[in-house]
Design a binder for this molecule. Structure first.
Ligand SMILES: Nc1ncnc2c1ncn2[C@@H]1O[C@H](COP(=O)(O)OP(=O)(O)OP(=O)(O)O)[C@@H](O)[C@H]1O
Ligand SMILES: [Mg+2]
Length: 195
């Protein structure tokens, strides 16, 4: 089958598609629904990890695994090919380590306000693009966890029931805000994350 991603989503390589766990999935709609169930399980797992250090590679990978393990065999493992977005795949581990260390420093020294730290972290994490797929959803949840550890409410990313993963106004707003963040301007992303 062919999967049709929303604009701004990262296309999968054939060997990544071959890692699909469920055998009965034939359409993009089936896949989205299946993924969503798995993601909710991952979110529940994440919200239980209140004491665990979350700014380390082990947690980043575990969270991806918890969100996608029933969908993709490669859940929780870093990408092994280049995409149209993201650092060179050989640089994923080192760039991620830098980001996690910088973010720990920022949290400790309150370098930015809570929401700004969360969206800066989100933007850089999604820019590294550590995994073959699921980076947007994983990096939004990571940013939510950061905000919550700073005593803030979870981010809303355009509204609780609105799906920014499919084509539409919300997704364009989100992608425009990410492109502004690529240029060093985080206001639009901060506004979007609380909309
Ligand atoms: N110009 C950009 N700058 C930074 N990040 C971007 C840009 N364009 C796309 N992205 C990010 O890449 C994500 C898509 O990557 P991927 O397909 O791995 O994630 P996903 O969770 O499967 O998708 P989505 O979040 O779109 O449902 C987008 O959600 C967005 O977070
Ligand atoms: Mg995707």
């Amino acid at each position: 089958m062919e999967f049709h991603d929303a604009p701004g989503a990262t296309p999968l390589d054939p060997d990544e598609v071959a890692g699909l766990v469920p055998s009965h999935i034939n359409t993009q709609g089936d896949l989205n629904a299946w993924e969503q169930i798995n993601i909710v399980q991952g979110e529940r797992w994440a919200l239980r990890q209140k004491k665990r250090e979350f700014l380390d590679e082990g947690f980043v990978r575990d969270l991806h695994k918890q969100m996608f393990d029933k969908t993709w065999k490669w859940a929780g493992t870093f990408r092994k090919s280049n995409k149209n977005i993201g650092v060179d795949w050989t640089q994923v581990a080192v760039k991620l380590r830098n980001l996690l260390e910088n973010t720990q420093y920022q949290m400790k020294h309150q370098v930015f306000g809570a929401d700004e730290m969360a969206v800066r972290f989100h933007h850089q994490l999604v820019w590294i693009h550590a995994f073959p797929n699921g980076n947007g959803r994983h990096a939004r949840l990571m940013a939510d966890l950061l905000a919550m550890r700073l005593g803030q409410a979870r981010l809303s990313w355009g509204g609780a029931d609105a799906s920014i993963t499919s084509v539409g106004v919300l997704r364009s707003q989100y992608l425009m805000a990410l492109r502004a963040a690529d240029q060093g301007s985080f206001d639009a992303l901060m506004a979007f994350a609380r909309s």
